[in-house]
Design a protein around this ligand. Structure first.
Ligand code: IVH
Length: 679
């Protein structure tokens, strides 16, 4: 081989090694992968092939030697019987007061009611769900996306804190015990050159291909809640925690039962002071309403329980310099300013971007390029600039002017006027009337294929950008007619990755109406509203018919859908590209109608409306009870309404109209009796 050739090969090889190490860092240190697994795996194979072929190629950073390898994707996916949700965050006393207020409102409790909480340190580890049947540990799942986890049973079995058999009499016949897998800080010290922080170490070890590898890492487990259960006779969280110990699990020794917000604040302060002396990382305290009956009544909002919240510890912060301010354009046209800062380590993570939120924030803080700023990062929240050190400002520094035109398409921008608050929004948006803003289109495509929408595995953000750039996709429907021959020839792609992508795309064609509506990315139509629309409209045909103005009005019947949402839906259907995309997608995809809500409850096929104040129960809880029993709430008196439930001081107009239409009117007692027939 000519020396020139070998030089070129070596250069190419080192370039690839550098690249893979950049990806490793993004994945392990920053927990933000910048390429897909397919791309990663291909790159790794290319490097290993080169090493095999040319034995003069060597690097101590080769993936054949480094420990920080990417966990393999060999684990089976299993659906959680009860989803593993996340928690809402509280940062200060005001947030806690609001949290308690909402609970009191929902449960219709008096203002001075004393609520008892189980306060538990929030361990910053990896959550796992352990299924026990007849006392035997059967299956262990990672959280995954909360709906589906990975079967990591064999790896979990290597953890000594996890009992494999439980013989106690009161141990439920079947139960998912949930808790946190973590590595103690002392133990982490001995392996710290291999991982960026204990959390990554726990995550990486849990997802090893070979459980012998996992057994070498000192993983620990602390239990704190449960998912599905059969024959669990316990009434409070504190009693549950005591039983966990009796059954052989470890629980957190800093758990406490606390009443009153002031005491919660005091406990938060005490623990935050102790934080550094505790042998595992905690990033806050979880408060759970202690009584299970209240927890059941409160139930869940879309992503988190109403009966619990995480009170975060104050964030880590560092000082850095703003190198530039970039304006990002989001899917809904929102212009978000982002400060590009000199990379700085904040609590173990290298941060080089910090959000400036919106134009008003820049004006209020008079933030400028070149400024020395304090940047804060709290757990999984996006880092943000808190303050400017004006003493460090150079004399020639210039005020920053927020662009008035969209940086992507040059259109005019504006801030919405909020009719309710009579104020302009803080967020400026691109007003592209022709729906041709490139950034909006790309961001919409990213949303369309994302996990919570079409969930196309291997179709990450970078790939959307690449495919857009080379004209492979412009509209959502293009995803279903990709030119795979062209893709195969792209850098980092091959037979295997193309086949995998084909498979995921094919799989995504089958979708529920709810997910489909969410995927369209209509402003103000998030997951919850998409669910409401899908339940009301029942099938995709009636959704498409909304393109006719007269059909949009019927949406006003849906409790939860207001003028804002309707205006946005109208706007969506006023765009001919959207209508054509919808028609094409409907032909290609198999969009299944709305699943009947909790199929066979006693209120099935019955519609309700409430008017006036109810006794001892809030409107929100009443609605939630109707829905739990398969009934439907509507918000207009018309001939679709079956029952009008009348409390104290009802709206007379509604009662009169209901009488005219011969709708059955129920007192609260009659309605309660109807419900009680359920049990
Ligand atoms: S209870 C419905 N208790 O925090 C959610 N979670 O943001 C019930 N976590 O994914 C969770 N310590 O990994 C609960 N004592 C504790 C916890 C805890 C840590 C984690 C957990 C969950 C996340 C929620």
């Amino acid at each position: 081989m000519k020396s020139n050739d070998s030089k070129l090969i070596k250069k190419d090889y080192l370039k690839k090694i550098n690249l893979i190490n950049r990806y490793n860092k993004a994945y392990y240190k920053n927990s933000k992968p910048i390429i897909t697994d397919f791309e990663y795996d291909n790159l790794k194979i290319e490097i290993l092939d080169l090493e095999k072929k040319y034995n003069f190629l060597k690097s101590d950073k080769s993936p054949s030697l480094t420990v920080g390898f990417k966990p393999s994707k060999i684990f089976n996916k299993v659906k959680h019987k009860i989803p593993m949700l996340s928690l809402g965050n509280a940062f200060n006393k005001e947030d806690l007061i609001n949290f308690e207020k909402k609970i009191c409102n929902f449960l219709s409790l008096k203002k001075n009611t004393i609520i008892e909480y189980s306060a538990e340190p929030k361990i910053d580890g990896i959550s796992a769900s352990l299924l026990y049947r007849n006392g035997k540990f059967i299956q262990g799942l990672s959280r995954g996306d909360g709906i589906e986890g990975e079967d990591i049973t064999e790896n979990l079995k290597t953890i000594k804190d996890i009992p494999k058999y439980i013989f106690n009499k009161n141990f439920p016949e079947e139960i998912d015990i949930r808790g946190e897998v973590y590595i103690g800080n002392k133990d982490f010290n001995s392996i710290k050159d291999k991982f960026a922080n204990p959390r990554n170490a726990a995550s990486g070890s849990l997802r090893q291909k070979n459980s012998d590898e996992t057994s070498k890492i000192p993983l620990r487990f602390i239990a704190y809640t449960y998912g599905f259960s059969k024959k669990l006779n316990i009434n409070t969280q504190s009693e549950f925690l005591k039983n966990l110990e009796i059954w052989g699990f470890r629980v957190n020794k800093y758990n406490n039962i606390i009443k009153g917000i002031n005491n919660l604040m005091q406990n938060h302060k005490n623990l935050e002071e102790k934080r550094n002396k505790i042998d595992f990382d905690i990033d806050g305290i979880v408060y759970k309403i202690n009584k299970f009956d209240l927890q059941r009544r409160l139930g869940f909002a879309t992503n988190s329980p109403r009966w619990a919240i995480a009170h975060k510890f104050s964030a880590n912060s560092s000082v850095s310099e703003i190198l530039n301010i970039e304006i990002q354009v989001g899917r809904t046209g929102a212009l978000t300013p982002v400060a590009k800062i000199k990379p700085v380590n904040i609590g173990g993570v290298v941060v080089s971007n910090a959000t400036l939120h919106n134009e008003d924030e820049i004006i209020r803080k008079d933030i400028r390029i070149g400024d020395t700023v304090k940047v804060e990062r709290a757990g999984d929240v996006i880092p943000h600039v808190i303050s400017v050190d004006k003493t460090k400002r150079k004399t020639d520094s210039k005020k920053y002017f927020f662009p008035e035109k969209c940086p992507s398409c040059g259109s005019n921008t504006a801030k919405d006027f909020n009719e309710a608050t009579k104020k302009h929004d803080a967020v400026r948006r691109c007003l592209n009337e022709e729906f041709k803003c490139e950034k909006i289109a790309i961001e919409s495509l990213k949303h369309f294929v994302s996990k919570e929408a079409l969930n196309i595995d291997g179709f990450g953000k970078k790939i959307v950008e690449k495919f857009w750039e080379i004209n492979l996709v412009k509209f959502p429907q293009d995803i279903f007619s990709l030119n795979f021959e062209k893709i195969k020839k792209l850098d980092g792609w091959g037979e295997l990755s193309v086949n995998n992508l084909k498979y995921s795309i094919e799989k995504s064609k089958k979708i529920s109406l709810e997910r489909f509506i969410f995927a369209l990315g209509i402003r103000h139509i998030g997951k919850e509203n998409a669910r409401l629309l899908s339940q009301h409209l029942k099938n995709v045909e009636s959704f498409c018919r909304l393109s006719k103005e007269s059909n949009i009005e019927v949406l006003l019947n849906i409790d939860g859908i207001g003028e804002t949402q309707i205006k946005s839906i109208r706007n969506f259907f006023s765009n001919k590209f959207n209508i054509s995309a919808l028609e094409k997608l409907n032909k290609i995809m198999k969009i299944s109608g709305a699943a009947l809500s909790k199929k066979d409850g006693i209120l099935k096929n019955k519609t309700f409306m409430f008017t006036g104040k109810l006794n001892e129960i809030s409107r929100a809880e009443a609605k939630s009870l109707v829905e739990q029993n398969s009934g439907k709430i509507i918000s207009n008196v018309n001939n679709k309404l079956n029952f009008l439930v009348v409390g104290e001081k009802p709206t007379n107009k509604k009662v009169i109209k209901a009488k005219e239409l011969k709708i059955k009117i129920l007192t609260q007692d009659e309605w309660t009796k109807m419900l009680n027939k359920t049990s």
